[in-house]
Design a protein around this ligand. Structure first.
Ligand code: SF4
Ligand code: SF4
Length: 258
């Protein structure tokens, strides 16, 4: 193939594998979702239940975008050439704020008393969406805390049922420690052990499942407040900045201190 023909071929390939997000043309590779392509181009589409490397789940609905005029989850819809995607619109951001407010009132979130504050994706998304209050009445559900494990604690008060820990355990750790049981307001994180307790589950602090929780529902014991409030990831960066995920509460340092 001569140079001119190659250039034409490159150009048509580029045009073929391009989508437009909020007026910006970005490339995608076969098999990528709209979310994958957006992340690769440093375009932030709000999300909570998605992390690159884990299978997409499409449950939190924060990444709902409009694709050629129709609503779709950016994390599950494959990118296809010619898609016109709207994401950063007032209407979509208002809907995202409402979803975020509901997540707050459905659980028990008291940020000033939470070890995850400043490193919490839910909190950071709320700031990003200019959420100033919960808007809806608080549910104050009764949820069980599981402190049975020597090194890991589950505080279900803060669980947003994103299933990141479920997928991390299955897909990365090669275990099956967590699951979601029940529906609606009765939905809850369960531990796959005869006793239902984390102490009897096959989990260790080396597992991704022990670190991936985007909120303060799964925490490593004896490492609280190692990074002072004010120097945590989202104290220093917005969630929309590229490369801030996955945010992991690490026992050996902190991304902002390296
Ligand atoms: Fe606040 Fe996040 Fe902790 Fe919930 S998990 S109390 S949103 S810091
Ligand atoms: Fe998601 Fe954390 Fe709840 Fe697991 S414990 S489902 S990672 S919020």
């Amino acid at each position: 193939m001569n140079k001119t023909a190659m250039n034409k071929s490159d150009k048509s390939e580029t045009t073929k594998n391009t989508i437009n997000i909020d007026g910006r043309d970005i490339p995608f590779k076969e098999g990528q979702t709209i979310m994958d392509a957006a992340l690769a181009a440093d375009i932030y589409i709000p999300h909570l239940c998605h992390r690159p490397g884990l299978s997409p789940h499409g449950s939190c609905k924060l990444c709902t975008v409009e694709v050629n005029g129709r609503s779709a989850s950016a994390c599950t819809l494959p990118a296809a050439s010619g898609q016109q995607v709207s994401s950063n619109t007032e209407a979509l951001n208002e809907a995202r704020k409402t979803i975020t407010q509901m997540l707050f009132v459905e659980g028990n979130h008291f940020c000033p008393a939470c070890e995850k504050t400043g490193d919490c994706t839910l909190q950071a998304v709320a700031y990003h969406l200019d959420m100033l209050d919960g808007h809806f009445p608080q549910f104050y559900p009764r949820r069980e805390v599981d402190a049975s494990h020597q090194s890991i604690v589950i505080d279900r008060d803060r669980c947003i049922l994103c299933e990141l820990c479920v997928r991390a355990s299955r897909e990365v750790d090669g275990k099956d420690v967590f699951a979601i049981a029940g529906r609606g307001i009765d939905a809850r994180l369960i531990v796959n052990a005869a006793s239902g307790k984390l102490a009897d589950a096959d989990i260790s602090t080396d597992d991704l499942a022990a670190h991936i929780c985007p909120v303060g529902a799964i925490l490593i014991k004896e490492h609280g407040y190692e990074v002072p409030i004010g120097r945590r990831t989202f104290d220093l960066h917005t969630v929309a900045e590229a490369g801030r995920e996955p945010v992991i509460l690490r026992k050996d340092g902190h991304s902002d201190e390296q």
